[in-house]
Design a protein around this ligand. Structure first.
Ligand SMILES: [Zn+2]
Length: 506
């Protein structure tokens, strides 16, 4: 049901454009009719919000929607605190899921274990020999397999050591990383499309309840197919911008489907936690460059020629420099495209000015700093390196987009917003507090900027003539970091797509 004419009054209303809140907002069917003081509102039925906060719906600018959904079909290991804990949970899940031959899991992180050592296939073989086991690490850049899974997927006996570590006897440890992991992942049996579509809808309901109205999602061919199946059934509520991964640019152009990619995802390096981020060092670099130089330039150019926005993953400072090099002239010759750097976690101060431009977007995930902080602290210090430098990037004129990278981190936008505002976990002392962002800037990076980037038309701010994509929430993030937010109402185009029941709409 789309709301007819109504006025939300008695609220603090952040528009996404202004630096202080209004006190009322009028909605006419799917569109914002007025925002301002209560006395200036049209004479329509009023909903008194009792001091709650109204704000634009949030857009997660970097996530993996369909892969997040499949986690509902796998064993979650993110909370495990030891190797034995993982093995116990894997066994328990296997015992209660006898119908699936494969045991698949996600979220383990040896840095969170009491004894942080890299696990091996022999550890898994001790508890599961007769079913293949595939466990993706928290960052999605490595997987841990048992021996049967290595055999089933045809894992090589040898490969570069950073992709396939070997044990003392020279045989594979059972860890596969980066491109090798991706190649093997394509050989895993797919979930049936109807099952996948069902869990995508479950995931969507969860996101709507958190206040998410849109996503920029990284998807492979299979995921794009599932999203189109959901859209064809008229069950898609979220606004969606797809960054295509692991497919050719020409395969992205499908004129007759509701969802086709707007962006093209490329990787320059890996992740900090897996030790594959491409970092500048005192002598040379560390990490695992994936696509660089002429190869990267060629792929960016191909994306541009197919009308796609290049979205390039770069975590390490050396990787960010590589993207800046490749984007430099092309940003000017293709003003109609957006150029995105995904993560921009570390950068060298000398590259900062090259990360600024009207069609250059810095897609950051503040919540990653909560997890990566100890790993960053353990890095050798290097003068000029900036870590998670959101404040510096914004002050220099950088265009920030904000996302969580879920399912690598929780999709909870409020935890992410709080991390951007406070740069620490709840109750801790800020880490490089000078890089904190103010609420209006965070909100822009979570609504107006990603809506504009995705070319969704008049969305992303609460202003007359714009779509009524809005939230009613309990706590005003302009007053205090919203660690424990309560979302009362989520509307997309005036449609109440989630309600906690605390607000009566006329
Ligand atoms: Zn990602």
């Amino acid at each position: 049901m789309t709301a007819k004419k109504l006025v939300f009054a008695g609220c603090r209303c952040w528009t996404g454009q202004d630096s202080s809140p209004a006190s009322a907002i009028a909605v006419d069917r799917g569109t914002i009719a007025a925002v301002g003081a209560q006395a200036t509102m049209p004479p329509w039925p009023q909903v008194d919000l009792g001091g709650r906060t109204v704000m634009p719906g949030l857009v997660d600018s970097h996530c993996h929607l369909t892969s997040a959904a499949t986690r509902r079909l796998r064993v979650g290991l993110a909370a495990c605190v030891s190797l034995d804990h993982v093995l116990r949970d894997v066994c328990a899940w296997g015992a209660s899921h006898q119908g699936d031959e494969w045991i698949r899991g996600w979220g383990w992180d040896q840095h969170r274990w009491v004894a942080p050592t890299l696990p091996s296939r022999h550890d898994l073989d001790r508890v599961v020999r007769d079913r293949p086991v595939w466990l993706a690490r928290r960052d999605g850049h490595s997987a841990w397999l048992n021996t049967l899974a290595m055999e089933r997927l045809g894992a090589p006996e040898s490969a570069p050591a950073d992709l396939l570590p070997l044990d003392a006897d020279g045989s594979p440890v059972g860890i596969v990383r980066e491109t090798l992991m991706d190649d093997l992942a394509l050989r895993l049996p797919a979930h049936p499309e109807n099952v996948h579509a069902r869990v995508v809808m479950e995931e969507q309901d969860h996101l709507l309840s958190e206040g998410i109205v849109g996503v920029h999602t990284v998807e492979r061919a299979r995921g794009i197919g599932v999203l189109n199946r959901v859209a064809a059934g008229n069950d898609l509520r979220l606004r969606i911008y797809v960054m295509a991964e692991a497919i050719q640019p020409e395969e992205c152009l499908q004129p007759d489907v509701p969802i086709s990619p707007g962006g093209f995802k490329l990787f320059v390096d890996g992740s900090l936690g897996s030790g594959t981020a491409w970092m500048l060092g005192d002598d040379g670099t560390t990490g695992t460059p994936v696509t660089t130089g002429a190869e990267l330039a060629g792929k960016v150019q191909a994306a541009l020629e197919h009308g796609l926005d290049p979205c390039v993953h770069a975590i390490g400072d050396r990787a960010v420099r590589e993207v800046a090099d490749v984007f430099e002239g092309r940003r000017v010759s293709h003003p109609e495209r957006f150029f995105r750097i995904e993560h921009v976690q570390h950068l060298d101060a000398s590259d900062l000015s090259r990360l600024i431009g009207p069609n250059l977007l810095l897609s950051v995930q503040p919540c990653h700093l909560l997890s990566d902080r100890p790993v960053v602290a353990a890095l050798p210090a290097r003068p000029g390196r900036l870590d998670f430098a959101f404040g510096t990037m914004l002050a220099a004129g950088g265009n920030l987009l904000m996302g969580t990278d879920f399912p690598i981190e929780p999709s909870d936008p409020w935890r992410n917003i709080a991390a951007a505002l406070e740069r620490c976990d709840e109750g801790e002392r800020p880490w490089h507090g000078e890089e904190r962002l103010a609420w209006p800037a965070v909100l822009r990076a979570y609504s107006a900027a990603p809506s504009r980037m995705a070319r969704w038309g008049r969305t992303g701010v609460l202003a007359p003539g714009f779509a009524a994509d809005l939230l009613v929430v309990e706590r005003d993030p302009g007053v205090a970091a919203p660690w424990h937010q309560r979302v009362c109402l989520t509307m997309i185009g005036g449609d109440p797509v989630y309600s906690d029941g605390s607000i009566d709409l006329p």
